[in-house]
Design a protein around this ligand. Structure first.
Ligand SMILES: [Zn+2]
Length: 222
């Protein structure tokens, strides 16, 4: 049995060798966490290669204050796109992702149409215990779904990624399909896995979005 440390087996790991591994400023008030370029870039590239359009989110300061014009009054610090035209255009290239990651940028995933791929990406946001209960009830009524790409969110929820049939328009909704189950479709976006939101909701802890299943996007419809 080899005892050599296992390095990330992702194909892009070579691109990030030699770079600083801990990029996120850590204060005594924040829960211990580490996220590295070697953790984050393969996850972002994977989504990019699946045809998802990525964009940059508005950055926040060390205390979590949003850099948008609303500043401390922003209700979604670290969660909204930086560019006004984020819904259009080609999204970030791999090179742009590398450069932005090195600056500790935060990333979003545009839902809806995909690059060079039929079908539309939509994300079901199952938020907390109430959301899980609602979701379980929906699955009971409509049947189980195959495993799909999933991201754990800092609120204790899950983002489940699905592929809708070509030509389908998926509307954004909040608690419409079930309580605490939101949908992000055309015109929407979600925070990408690997993103860390400082001082999440004023808790003093970092809010981390973590990919928990890299399964293919399961086909689904609403
Ligand atoms: Zn803001």
């Amino acid at each position: 049995m080899s005892t050599a440390p296992q390095h990330g087996a992702a194909p892009d790991a070579d691109n990030v060798e030699g770079r600083s591994t801990t990029r996120i400023h850590q204060t005594n008030d924040e829960k211990h966490y580490q996220i590295t370029a070697a953790d984050r870039l393969p996850v972002l590239f994977d989504l990019h290669d699946r045809g998802a359009f990525l964009h940059e989110l508005r950055r926040t300061g060390p205390d979590g204050t949003c850099h948008c014009p609303k500043g401390r009054n922003c209700t979604g610090p670290g969660k909204h796109p930086r560019a006004t035209a984020w819904q259009h255009g080609p999204g970030l290239s791999r090179e742009e992702i590398i450069d932005l990651e090195a600056e500790d940028a935060m990333f979003g995933v545009r839902t809806g149409d995909l690059r060079d791929r039929d079908g539309a990406l939509f994300v079901v946001d199952v938020d907390g215990p109430q959301g899980e209960a609602s979701w379980a009830q929906l699955l009971e009524q409509h049947g189980a779904l195959p495993e799909t790409y999933a991201v754990a969110t800092p609120s204790g929820g899950r983002h489940l990624y699905f592929l809708a049939p070509a030509g389908t328009k998926i509307a954004n909704s909040t608690s419409k399909i079930a309580p605490n189950v939101d949908v992000r479709g055309h015109g929407g976006q979600v925070v990408a896995p690997g993103t860390v939101i400082r001082n999440y909701k004023g808790t003093g802890n970092a809010g981390v979005y973590t990919c928990t299943s890299a399964a293919p996007f399961a086909e689904g419809d609403l």
